[in-house]
Design a protein around this ligand. Structure first.
Ligand SMILES: Nc1ncnc2c1ncn2[C@@H]1O[C@H](COP(=O)(O)OP(=O)(O)O)[C@@H](O)[C@H]1O
Ligand SMILES: O=C(O)[C@@H](O)C(=O)COP(=O)(O)O
Length: 416
């Protein structure tokens, strides 16, 4: 294994797997830290954690355990993948995890770059934009667990870490690899270890990836991985072979616990023409709905049935005020995990899951251990194969076109 990656959630990890696979590496996504060694042909291993919204100390401990395993597999470079909208609170977990990994690796220069232009996320002057809106006006200010109220990534990160934050401006990145390296060195000389890098286009991300060829640790969204495979290729380390993807027929169900703007539009569109069941916070908390009955309903439906708890910011805020945000999220995630298990037990072979936390619950609930990355459905969302009879799509909240659920289901069974 060459590149060892740690993802702070499951959709984000499959997003990274998609980028690395497209750039020509043989990738496997692991669910949590594996208890066994990796297969010898894996070139990039992604340990997917569910560490984005857990207490800081637990996120750091899990990330360090993942690092230990990846080091034992022989990796020479490490990547910490977090959300392209920098989902975190003023306490963490991005900063503390990045600092702990840098400490463990004795990495002195660490890029921080959540940009993902294909999905509209760019960074200019240290500020994160989603399309033409600042992060804090993009809808992310209403996120149920990590509301992003500050678009200045340098300032937000500074709250989270003990060190200081550097910045490589777009002008330096546009100047190419040597100009980027010079800018990084200047920031290091000022005593900054974590350095936010501007990136507006894919070309900027490739430049940053090439500039980071000798960095022990790189951090960012999946975009920061775009240029890294070239570095291994230039050293003749890639096998340049890829596994063949197989389509999967059989019953399909879509699950959504994502309350992001894009998912809510996808839910509305899908529910207009497919069987759908909404899970309200009250129904989940009162125990009025249960996994087994929902699964029985879903497998009896035609088309691509959808079960969703996705709700608008006002309903989410009201329900959180009533039940407590983490108790509510926990109950909804537990229900989706139980539901995924019940669906697979009833013969479902294709599962579409929307939302990072939700997908984490689904994948963990199913007890999956490793996932093969397949072709891309929409930017940042690949199909993934769990085993001979189960293919999934784990959709990040704000990714995917409006018809995502139906199109993902069709692509899984091989319909173009
Ligand atoms: N109706 C709801 N009210 C409150 N919280 C909800 C509701 N539906 C889902 N959630 C919780 O909100 C979180 C959504 O996070 P996630 O699944 O990562 O998707 P996204 O980040 O796209 O919103 C999950 O913890 C989920 O259980
Ligand atoms: O980088 C991204 O935006 C995604 O890969 C991701 O991590 C999104 O997470 P969720 O919105 O919680 O699904």
């Amino acid at each position: 294994m060459l590149l060892g990656c740690i993802g702070d959630d499951f959709t984000g990890s499959s997003d990274l797997g998609n980028t690395l696979t497209k750039a020509g590496m043989r990738v496997v996504q692991y669910v949590g830290v594996p208890g066994v060694p990796a297969a010898p042909d894996v070139e990039a291993g992604i340990v997917a954690l569910k560490s984005r919204s857990i207490p800081v100390a637990e996120a750091v401990a899990q990330s360090l355990a993942a690092l230990d395993w990846l080091r034992a597999q022989g990796c020479t470079q490490f990547l910490f993948k977090y959300c392209s909208t920098f989902d975190s609170t003023p306490e963490g977990n991005i900063g503390p995890v990045a600092e702990a990994l840098a400490d463990a690796l004795n990495a002195q220069q660490v890029i921080v770059c959540p940009a993902f232009p294909a999905t509209g996320r760019s960074i200019y002057q240290g500020h994160l934009f989603v399309g033409d809106r600042l992060l804090s006006e993009s809808g992310m200010q209403h996120h149920p667990l990590t509301p992003m109220s500050d678009p200045d990534i340098r300032r937000w990160l500074a709250h989270q870490i003990s060190g200081t934050v550097g910045h490589v401006p777009a002008t330096a990145v546009l100047g190419g690899v040597e100009s980027t390296r010079a800018a990084l060195r200047r920031e290091t000389a000022k005593g900054h270890r974590l350095i936010v890098a501007d990136a507006i286009t894919d070309a900027d991300l490739v430049t940053l990836g090439h500039a980071a060829a000798d960095h022990l640790l790189v951090t960012g969204g999946s975009g920061i991985a775009m240029g890294l495979p070239d570095n291994f290729r230039a050293r003749g380390q890639l096998s340049e072979t890829s596994g063949a993807w197989r389509a999967q027929v059989g019953p399909v169900v879509a699950l959504s616990g994502s309350c992001s703007t894009a998912t809510r539009a996808q839910v509305t569109m899908h529910a207009a023409t497919h069987p759908s069941r909404e899970l309200t916070a009250d129904a989940v908390m009162s125990g009025e709905v249960n996994a087994d009955t929902l699964a029985t309903w879903a497998v009896g439906q035609p088309g691509v049935p959808l079960i969703y708890s996705s709700a608008d910011p006002d309903s989410v805020a009201a329900a959180q005020a009533h039940y407590g945000a983490s108790a509510l999220a926990g109950a909804i995630e537990t229900l989706f995990a139980d539901l995924a298990r019940a669906l697979v037990a009833k013969g479902v072979t294709r599962l579409v899951s929307a939302g990072g936390e939700t997908s984490g619950a689904v994948v963990s609930g199913l007890g999956l251990t490793q996932l093969e990355i397949g072709p891309e459905i929409d930017p940042g969302v690949p199909m993934i194969r769990a085993d001979d009879g189960l293919v999934l799509a784990l959709k990040s909240g704000n990714f995917g076109a409006a018809d995502f659920f139906a199109r993902a289901a069709a692509m899984m069974e091989g319909t173009p």
